[in-house]
Each structure stands twice: as structure tokens, then as C-alpha cells.
Design a protein around this ligand. Structure first.
Ligand SMILES: *[C@@H]1O[C@H](CO)[C@@H](O)[C@H](O)[C@H]1NC(C)=O
Ligand SMILES: *[C@@H]1O[C@H](CO)[C@@H](O)[C@H](O)[C@H]1NC(C)=O
Ligand SMILES: *[C@@H]1O[C@H](CO)[C@@H](O)[C@H](O)[C@H]1NC(C)=O
Length: 656
């Protein structure tokens, strides 16, 4: 997944017109906004949830069908590209241009070979330089400025051992078929960023990223597979040549999340792995000894387990890389799913990991992207998820690389981490670590959600002692300190039982009174005798927020996102948004009727709603849905704590 931040940014900053502007969203599951791109752009599927307007000339989809030649079975090292490409014309041309350059063949210095199992074990924990060199059309085009070396120092200081560097080449080609020349300045920039990482002794995995859907999508009907293979070989030959002399800290990943619908697509993706290996080996230098992380369809655990076949005939040590953003509704805040952690939730994650490990018992496996973002997931549920995912991945010898789009985890401007507790569990936990965690609702059939990651006190009510249920997991509480610098006294300020921690009324009264203005009043940092979790619990004074207006006429606000100024009443986040027409029909996703009470009729973050520091936002897509339904719709914005889905919620009506 590469898009979470981009979606948020685009939704906030771009007015989506009847014609979608360049790089705007133009489709995807749950999206019902404009689908026609502005002149010169065309709508291309990035993943099931996100289609984007990209420059029309760059996409392969307009090229008419050519029958693909199936992969030869004689793809041994040293075999000419003629066996990999469909036409002798191409083969001759490409063979002529692939002659290894002296740069690649005369690397200065030596290479310390490393096995794939060692490389993979050493790279954990890893961090992704998301939405940066992969941004389209160029680095800096999305929400991150061009990366600077100090960012990697911050990443290393936090305890990460590797950086995955996603790179999109799509808009950096200066030549076309058959050479597909890549802008040398761009190759140099990629090389320079890799040097920033390796000079710190960090491992890195470098890839070809959004090219997967921009021009290398083998699932598109009419895709010119010959062109994709030719371009892919030429791209990796040039990248392989540029990076041929890099140390063994540098691994290559052929392509990010290649779209794949069926076994035929998967066969072609297996072939792309082979073409990639051929290209980097032809480029020479140290590449024949370099670790590679090969990919299956979508870098999805199921498609990879079903259809991935390792190429034969190359000497490169290899691992398999896959990505994991599951369950989708929790990770992407879809359909009001703000809880995680039931036995069934855990069993699903574990069986997903086991499926891949079970199919590839002797192959090192890298989880190259996962993320429960502090921007949109509830902290207690998030910490349970991170703890469970990391420990169980490590238990199956799967190394993990955190996705970070620049808005999720590291604030690159200040060098601070937005959720230090997740980072601590990611960087320090082991397979056997038992982390102490705030408990929270796990049962999706309830109407009320509670969480010990926050100590909620309602405005206008007396301050009384409050209990925070905790999962101590065998550890004991050793210290509570608060954001005023005080260390809390056991007995006077709090007490501990086997099931939780109780803060006394006298302690809470130091921070709160019935009249305290709503907001986050103080933080409590908890330390335990064991484990790597050190949760920060927010003391929150809350009352129901108010909106500056409570209705609008849909037709008069259509075509753009609608920002509604809000006076927040505690945490400055939206928990969920319900959308029901005045006829009682769910505006979108009527299947949510089968979900629990906190999920019914709920919409999806970023597709239908969003927020910023002073507004809640209905997306143009949500407004379009109302207009096409032709019925006045009530949007109910819900906040934490979620109380019966009714209290601590406000209505906004879009009339037709
Ligand atoms: C497909 O791509 C190949 C290689 O770039 C090219 O020679 C051929 O003309 C293309 N076919 C069509 C139908 O465009
Ligand atoms: C291998 O993958 C297939 C397809 O996803 C799955 O059905 C099977 O259970 C997996 N095998 C093991 C041993 O995990
Ligand atoms: C929102 O509107 C619905 C439908 O009229 C109503 O049942 C609900 O109580 C309202 N909620 C709030 C918080 O006003």
C-alpha cells in the first residue's frame, strides 16, 4: 500500500471537479465521485480502493493487444535476453545495448557476500521511505519534501536496521522503445539516497514502485506485454548498472505490488521476476551475488502462496517479500471498525502469516509493508495489533518493514515519532516478548466502545476514581509519571489490581474539574517490569463537539470536499461517520447491516470523510452519493469515547 497518505493529502487539498484534476482520485471501491480525468490524464487503477488520474501517454492501457510469449524454461544465468523477450528484433537491439559497461564490471573494492537468511534476519526492524522517491511525477510531488540524510539518522537512532526505498521511474524515462533510457540525473538521485542509508550501516531494499500500475500492469486488457517486458528489462538493466558496485547492504525488489487477478497474470509476474534477475545479472558488477526479494501477485500473501514460483538458473540469494494491511476495515478505518483484538481477529492474522510460511518453509520472508497508522487507528487497538503482528511474524522468522508515508510515524521535520509506543514495540520486541497493554473493547457486538489508552472524563460531571483495565501479560507496573513531571505515588494517586489500574479521585482532581475546558489535559507514561511497551495514556476532558453549521444543500456544495468548521470536544479525531438517508436507507455499503451496531451504516475514512485541525470534512464523493441517491441524508459524526453511537456525536444534514 502506497496510497494512504496520498489519498488524505489529495482529499484535503484538491477540489475534485466533475473532471478530476491530474493525480486526483478517479475510482476505487467505495468511491463514487467523478471518474473522468482532465485532458492529458487517464484513470488508472492503483489498487482496489484507489484509482488515480495519471498522464495519459504513460499508461499501457491504450496500447492494443499483443500476445505474450510465455517464459522460456532455459533462463539460466548468461542466457541472452533473446530467450526472455518475444521478438528477435527486440532481442538483437537489447542484446547490443546490454553489454556490461566498464563501470559495472570494474567495481572498486570488494563485496562481502551475505546469505538471504542473514540479510533478512539483519534487516529487522525496517522502515519505509514512503511517498518520497515513489511520489509521482517526482520526488517532492506528494506530502514529503526531498529526503535529507538526517531522516535516516533519526530512523537509525530509533532502532531501525534497514530502510526500504520505493522508487517510481515512470516519469523519468527520457527515451522510448527499444532503449527506454532513464534520466541519468534520476538514477544519480536514487544512488545518492541509497548512499545516505548505507553510509549509516543500514540495510536497504530498493525497488521499482508505482510503475506497477502506471505502465507495467499485466492485468490491463490490451496491455502490450511485449512492451512491458522490454521496458522492465531495460529499466532494471540501467538501475542494475548504476547500482552494480553497491555493497551487499543493498538488495533489490523487482516491482511493488504488481496487479494480479488470476494464475495467468501470476505466470507473467513470475516471468517479470526472471527478467529482473536476467537484467541485473547482465548489468554485472556485484549483482550476481546480491540479495533479491522476489514478489508474487500483488505482494499479497494469498496470491503469492498460490502462484509464486522461484526462477531457476540464477545465483542470487533470494527471499520472498509480501505486504500486509489486514484487516482492511481496521487499518483503513472503513465501516466504523475502530476495535481490534478478539481471539478471532488474532487467529486471522496468525493464519495469514502461517499460510505463507507453510508454503515456503525454507525461504526467508520479508513483510515489506504493514502499518496501523496513528493518524486513523484507535491507540489501544493499534498497540494490540502491532504487538501481535510483530511477535508472531518474528516467531515465524518473518522480518518486518514498517510503512510510513510521512504522515504516519516519523515527523521528518522535527525528527519525532508520533506514536513512540508502537515504535518501541516494533524496534525492541522479540518473538517471546510479553508486552503490557491497555485493554479495550474487542467484542464487535457491543454498542459502546471503551479504551484504556485514554482516561476520559466528561465535562460537567464530578471527578471520581477511574479504572483502566489492563493486560499486564505477566509484568508488573513499575512506574507512572505524568506530563507535569510528577511520579505518581502508589496508594495515594493510584492502585493496581490483577485486572487494571485505578487512578484516585484526588489525583485526577489535580488535572480535572467539572469545568475544565475540553481537550487532552495531561499524559501518563507507564513503565512495566518487562516487555517493551511503554504506553502513554491521555487524560481527556470531553464533551460533545459542535459544528458551525448543521446542514447544506448538496447541489450547491458538489464538486469539492466540504469542510465544516468544528469546535472539538476532547480528542481532535473523528471515530466514525454514519450516513443514512431520511428514507432510512444506508447511503453507501448497505452490507454493513450485517455488521455490529458500531459499524452499521458507517462510511469509510478518506473515501467519504476526513478531518483536519479545525474541520470535519465530507468528501466530494460522499456529496455525489447523496446527489445520486436523490434523498436528503444525515451524516452522524462520532467521536471517542463512542457511547452508544448516539452520545458524543453530531449530525450534519445534506439536503437535496
Ligand atoms: C508492443 O510493444 C513492442 C515493443 O515495444 C512494439 O514493438 C510493438 O509494436 C507493440 N505492439 C503494439 C500493438 O503496439
Ligand atoms: C499454501 O497456500 C495455499 C494457497 O493460499 C493454501 O491453501 C495452503 O493452505 C497453504 N499451505 C500451507 C501449508 O500453509
Ligand atoms: C441524528 O439524526 C438521527 C435521525 O434523525 C437521530 O435519530 C439521532 O438521534 C441524531 N443524532 C444526534 C447526535 O443528534
Amino acid at each position: 500500500m502506497q496510497v494512504l497518505g496520498a489519498v488524505a493529502i489529495l482529499a484535503l487539498t484538491q477540489a475534485v471537479q466533475a473532471q478530476v484534476a491530474g493525480y486526483g482520485q478517479c475510482g476505487g471501491s467505495g468511491y463514487s465521485g467523478a471518474v473522468i480525468c482532465t485532458n492529458g490524464f487517464e484513470c488508472v487503477s492503483q489498487n482496489a480502493w484507489y484509482y488515480q488520474c495519471v498522464p495519459g501517454t504513460a499508461a499501457a492501457s491504450t496500447i492494443s493487444t499483443t500476445t505474450a510469449t510465455t517464459a522460456t524454461t532455459t533462463t539460466t544465468k548468461g542466457t541472452t535476453i533473446a530467450t526472455l523477450t518475444p521478438t528477435t528484433t527486440t532481442a538483437t537491439t537489447t542484446t547490443a545495448t546490454k553489454t556490461p559497461t566498464s563501470t559495472a564490471d570494474s567495481c572498486v573494492g570488494s563485496f562481502s557476500p551475505i546469505s538471504a537468511p542473514d540479510f533478512v534476519a539483519n534487516l529487522h526492524p525496517g522502515w519505509n521511505l514512503g511517498n518520497t522517491l515513489d511520489a509521482t511525477p517526482d520526488e517532492g510531488s506528494w506530502n514529503n519534501a526531498p529526503v535529507v540524510a538526517s531522516t535516516f539518522e533519526d530512523v537509525k537512532a530509533a532502532g531501525f536496521n534497514s530502510v526500504r526505498i520505493p522508487v517510481t521511474y515512470a516519469y523519468h524515462f527520457t527515451g522510448s522503445s527499444p532503449d527506454w533510457t532513464v534520466d541519468p540525473d534520476w538514477l544519480q538521485r536514487v544512488s545518492d539516497v541509497i548512499d545516505m542509508v548505507t553510509s549509516l550501516g543500514l540495510y536497504t531494499i530498493v525497488n521499482v514502485h508505482h510503475d506497477s500500475w502506471i505502465w507495467a500492469d499485466v492485468t490491463q486488457s490490451g496491455a502490450n506485454i511485449t512492451m512491458i517486458e522490454e521496458k522492465f528489462y531495460r529499466l532494471w538493466f540501467q538501475v542494475g548498472t548504476k547500482l552494480a558496485c553497491n555493497p551487499s547492504l543493498v538488495a533489490f525488489e523487482p516491482i511493488n505490488e504488481p496487479p494480479c487477478n488470476d494464475a495467468d497474470d501470476a505466470t507473467e509476474i513470475n516471468k517479470l521476476n526472471t527478467i529482473f534477475l536476467q537484467a541485473i545479472n547482465d548489468a554485472g558488477g556485484f549483482n550476481s551475488q546480491r540479495v533479491v526479494t522476489l514478489v508474487g501477485g500483488g505482494e499479497d500473501s494469498i496470491k503469492t502462496s498460490e502462484w509464486f514460483e522461484a526462477p531457476s538458473g540464477f545465483s542470487n540469494p533470494y527471499a520472498i517479500q509480501f505486504h500486509y494491511y489486514s484487516p482492511y476495515d481496521f487499518i483503513f478505518s472503513a465501516w466504523g471498525k475502530t476495535i481490534w483484538g478478539s481471539d478471532a481477529d488474532k487467529a486471522t492474522v496468525l493464519s495469514d502469516l502461517q499460510l505463507l510460511r507453510g508454503n515456503f518453509t525454507n525461504v526467508p520472508i520479508v513483510l515489506g509493508e504493514y502499518d496501523a497508522s496513528p493518524t486513523n487507528t484507535e491507540p489501544a487497538a493499534r498497540w494490540k495489533y502491532v504487538d501481535y503482528l510483530i511477535r508472531n511474524a518474528l516467531g515465524l522468522d518473518v522480518s518486518c518493514i514498517l510503512w510510513d508515508n510521512g504522515l504516519d510515524h516519523l515527523d521528518r521535520d522535527t525528527g519525532t515519532w508520533r506514536d513512540p509506543n508502537s515504535i518501541s514495540m516494533i524496534t525492541k520486541s522479540t518473538a517471546s516478548t510479553q508486552n503490557s497493554l491497555p485493554d479495550s473493547t474487542e467484542d464487535s457486538s457491543t454498542t459502546t466502545q471503551w479504551s484504556s489508552a485514554s482516561l476520559f472524563h466528561e465535562y460537567g460531571t464530578q471527578v471520581v476514581a477511574q479504572s483502566l483495565p489492563f493486560l499486564f501479560n505477566g509484568n508488573t507496573l513499575s512506574l507512572i509519571s505524568d506530563s507535569t513531571g510528577s511520579i505518581l505515588q502508589s496508594g495515594t494517586d493510584y492502585s493496581v489490581s490483577s485486572s487494571g489500574i485505578t487512578l484516585t479521585a484526588s489525583y485526577l482532581s489535580k488535572h480535572l474539574s467539572p469545568a475544565t475546558s475540553p481537550g487532552v489535559i495531561a499524559d501518563l507514561t507507564l513503565k512495566f517490569s518487562g516487555g517493551e511497551s511503554s504506553p502513554i495514556i491521555q487524560i481527556v476532558q470531553w464533551k460533545t463537539p459542535t459544528l458551525s453549521s448543521t446542514s447544506a444543500v448538496a447541489s450547491s456544495v458538489s464538486g469539492a470536499d466540504l469542510s465544516i468548521p468544528i469546535t472539538w470536544g476532547g480528542l481532535t479525531t473523528v471515530a466514525a461517520v454514519k450516513a443514512v438517508t431520511t428514507s432510512g436507507v444506508y447511503l453507501v455499503d448497505d452490507f454493513t447491516v450485517y455488521l455490529g451496531p458500531l459499524q452499521q451504516a458507517r462510511t469509510t475514512y478518506s473515501s467519504q470523510y476526513n478531518w483536519d485541525s479545525s474541520d470535519v470534512i465530507l468528501t466530494s464523493s460522499a456529496i455525489s452519493s447523496v446527489i445520486s441517491a436523490g434523498v436528503t441524508t444525515i451524516f452522524t459524526f462520532e467521536f471517542f469515547p463512542r457511547v452508544n453511537g448516539v452520545v458524543n456525536a453530531v449530525n450534519f444534514t445534506l439536503t437535496v
